[in-house]
Design a protein around this ligand. Structure first.
Ligand code: DAH
Length: 345
């Protein structure tokens, strides 16, 4: 084939070439072992000597021509391939994100933590105890021997016929355990928040499982005054600095004297409203001076040591604080309800 013809054919072939496979065929056609340009090269032998130089230059020229067009086309295909890849692997950051539901801290937990904070600031330890308890710690060592009528109010769930193992009906057994560890020598200043269980029907203000925050101080010369001051600090932190505290006589087997603690209504400042049932006062806590029998049974000499104990219902505090009228809200895990009170801070 004429050199000029080959040139035209190269241009046409490369222009019409649609992919790399075709381009490879073209490469073979022109510069492969039996390719047209390779052929031109070998034909130099047949060319007359005086024309050899010019012929050689033309062959070189056409080879360069081929190489240039070939390279350009090759690059074009490579670029297309890369663009294709980039397109298929592209992450579209403008896509709407998957909506992940974020939970909210349980308001009951939050309330317990608030009480823990204020008590720790007064030097209290926060102590955990088992929820499956022995009758001995849950009742007997709290001055509630077997058959004591006050046990009825705290009937709970038992694990055995002998009724030795039970779900604790109060967190007071943790107080007993802590005193036992103190061996009648170490002063005690602790709170023991946690779950408790009773055989109650569930309604808006009762649940078979609820949360107590009990506290105990055992030291020398502890009196009701210390109790009053301590409770004041706690309830003022929760309900405001203007809140007043009053004691009413009550009965608990483990304290003597025992009191019921009311706070002045934070909603109406004691004038009377629906929160305090028009009385101006709200009961928040049971408490008292630790009964000498309780001290004695746990190894503390009541002639040397004295103490006070108190017990808050955490759900009740949270209901008052957040204006909730049904304690089941705390347990049903409905985010619409707990989110309402999301006070992430
Ligand atoms: N454990 C009591 C209850 O569940 C509450 C209570 C009252 C706890 C007086 C105390 C206390 O520590 O001193 O009804």
């Amino acid at each position: 084939m004429e050199i000029e013809m080959i040139k035209v054919s190269i241009k046409k072939d490369i222009e019409n070439c649609n992919n790399q496979a075709e381009l490879n065929d073209i490469r073979v056609k022109y510069i492969g072992k039996k390719g047209l340009i390779t052929d031109l090269n070998s034909k130099i032998r047949e060319v007359a000597n005086e024309e050899k130089k010019e012929y050689g230059m033309k062959v070189n020229e056409i080879r360069t021509y081929f190489n240039t067009l070939f390279e350009d086309k090759y690059k074009k295909f490579e670029e297309e391939k890369l663009n294709e890849k980039l397109k298929s692997e592209k992450i579209d950051i403008t896509m709407p994100s998957v909506n992940i539901e974020v939970g909210a801290p349980s308001i009951l937990e939050k309330l317990v933590e608030d009480v823990e904070d204020v008590c720790m600031s007064m030097g209290y330890d926060v102590i955990d105890g088992p929820e499956i308890e022995l009758d001995k710690y849950n009742f007997e060592m709290l001055n509630l021997p077997k058959g004591h009528p006050a046990r009825d109010a705290q009937d709970t769930f038992y694990f055995d016929e002998a009724e030795e193992h039970l779900l604790r009906s109060q967190t007071s057994p943790v107080q007993v355990r802590t005193m036992l560890e103190g061996k009648g020598e170490k002063p005690v200043r602790m709170i023991c928040p946690g779950k408790t269980y009773r055989r109650d029907d569930d309604d808006a203000t009762h649940s078979h499982q609820f949360t107590q925050i009990e506290g105990l101080v055992v030291d020398k010369n502890i009196s009701l005054t210390d109790l009053k001051g301590t409770i004041e600090v706690i309830v003022r932190r929760l309900f405001g600095e203007d809140v007043e505290v009053r004691f009413r006589p009550s009965y608990y087997p483990f304290t003597e004297p025992s009191v019921e603690i009311d706070i002045s209504c934070f909603n109406c400042n004691g004038k009377g409203c629906n929160v305090c049932k028009e009385s101006g006062w709200i009961t928040v806590c049971g408490a008292g001076i630790v009964h000498p029998n309780v001290l004695k049974m746990s190894g503390y000499d009541p002639k040397v040591w004295s103490g006070f104990a108190f017990g808050f219902g955490a759900e009740r505090l949270a209901m008052l604080k957040y204006g909730i009228d049904d304690c089941r809200v705390f347990y049903n895990n409905d985010l619409r309800e707990s989110k309402e009170f999301d006070r992430v801070d």
